[in-house]
Design a protein around this ligand. Structure first.
Ligand code: HPA
Length: 275
């Protein structure tokens, strides 16, 4: 697709949403794989299925619901994306990040991202949480490829603080107050959909990744391009230790994400009203 058409599709999607909601929060949260339970802390005002928004991509993964929820968390207005798109579904990086362009158009200034990932740092265990401090993009795709819309952001966006440091500091404070322990580390992104081989985990760990996953980086790149503040939290769903690697199924990933949900929910319930 060419840029003018993409820009006009983003505008049409934003226009449709604007018509259907009473107010537009400036904070959005993406609920990742197995983390749909986070929607429980949202007092819902309106829900809009992705299917009813023009040009909006559909999530093809059954573990993802596929709707935009408008509401509040402890009185703080938020928009939640229940379900996201992934490159491994066959979507282009532009399609995966279409919702982020639309959210920005609607006035969102802060993006909270959650995801499921594999833990490579030997200090991490399945069920632990990790605040993303930085990332390594090994997806082989970039949503900023192609012609640049200067109205959205610069051709060569700076990446010296892609995960807003003030939000990370606040998260550590709120986590301590909430009795929730959370690591901080580097998210390494691959396209998937297969999990990695032992040799790949060994390589990815040496490259500097604490965890590995198949999402988040495209959305974070676009959020940075559009000058949003970003906070991202990973749930470690499986342990990727090459010498003792165990087989992992989607069911295992979903079960581990469900187990890690309560502390993450507690953290977000206390954090969101302070953003
Ligand atoms: N690798 C990549 N992505 C993942 C993993 C993994 O081990 N676990 C959950 N998402």
């Amino acid at each position: 697709m060419r840029l003018p058409e993409y820009i006009s599709n983003v505008g049409e999607a934003a226009e449709e949403i604007r018509k259907r909601v009473k107010s537009l929060p400036d904070l959005a949260i993406i609920l990742g794989t197995g983390l749909d339970k986070l929607a429980d802390i949202i007092q819902v005002d309106e829900s809009i299925p992705y299917a009813s928004i023009p040009h909006f991509p559909q999530s093809t993964v059954s573990s993802h619901a596929g709707e935009l929820v408008f509401g509040t968390v402890e009185s703080r207005p938020v928009i939640a994306m229940r379900g996201r798109m992934h490159l491994y579904e066959g979507y282009s990086a532009w399609e995966v990040t279409f919702p982020i362009r639309v959210l920005s158009e609607l006035g969102v200034r802060t993006l909270i991202v959650s995801n499921a990932c594999g833990g490579m740092n030997p200090d991490y265990r399945a069920g632990d949480l990790m605040l993303i401090a930085d990332h390594i993009n090994l997806m082989g795709h970039n949503p900023l490829e192609g012609a640049n819309n200067d109205e959205w952001g610069p051709r060569f966006p700076d990446m010296s603080d892609p995960y807003t440091s003030s939000l990370r500091e606040l998260t550590h404070v709120v986590a301590a107050e909430s009795g929730v322990s959370i690591h901080e580390g580097v998210y390494l992104a691959v396209v998937g959909p297969n999990l990695e081989t032992r040799a790949e985990y060994r390589m990815l760990r040496r490259m500097g990744g604490d965890v590995v996953g198949m999402s988040t980086v495209p959305e974070v790149l676009v959020a940075n391009h559009m000058d949003m503040s970003v906070l991202a939290i990973s749930v470690i769903t499986d342990e990727c230790f090459p010498d003792v690697l165990q087989p992992v199924s989607l069911e295992d990933v979903l079960a581990a994400a469900a187990k890690a949900s309560p502390p993450l929910i507690e953290l977000l319930r206390n954090l969101i009203p302070r953003i």
